[in-house]
Ligand binder design. Structure first.
Ligand code: ZN
Ligand code: ZN
Length: 115
């Protein structure tokens, strides 16, 4: 029996006017830069112990851009932001959960109800 891994893998990642990800299952996600920067999961943006957000949305430049990005292992993307911030590792599972499209948002609502 094949092992069913829930790991989501991207097929293509492109930085355009937003961050575009084509997933191996054919799903497409578009992330506005501001939203991604605002959701940065690193220890200086989110308190590791309480999970509380330390980053103020008002401190983020509205025209924030991605300068560059690197794959980390085969599970995450490190984003180098135009404000110099580059400690955020966006795991693919995290990114997929963050997908702002209506399909994913309604799936998440279903999960919340059934759990
Ligand atoms: Zn951060
Ligand atoms: Zn989606």
């Amino acid at each position: 029996m094949a092992k069913k891994l829930k790991r989501r893998k991207p097929e293509t990642i492109l930085v355009r006017n937003d961050l575009y990800i084509l997933w191996k299952d054919g799903h497409e996600s578009n992330y506005p830069f501001f939203m991604l920067r605002d959701g940065c999961p690193c220890a200086s943006c989110v308190d590791e112990i309480t999970g509380e957000k330390r980053l103020k949305s008002s401190d983020i430049a509205p025209n924030i851009r991605i300068r560059g990005s690197d794959y980390v292992g085969n599970y995450a993307l490190r984003i180098n932001w135009s404000d110099g911030h580059n400690t955020g590792l966006y795991s693919f599972n995290f990114l997929r959960d963050l997908c702002p499209c209506s399909t994913c948002q309604s799936e998440q609502a279903d999960v919340a109800i059934s759990s």
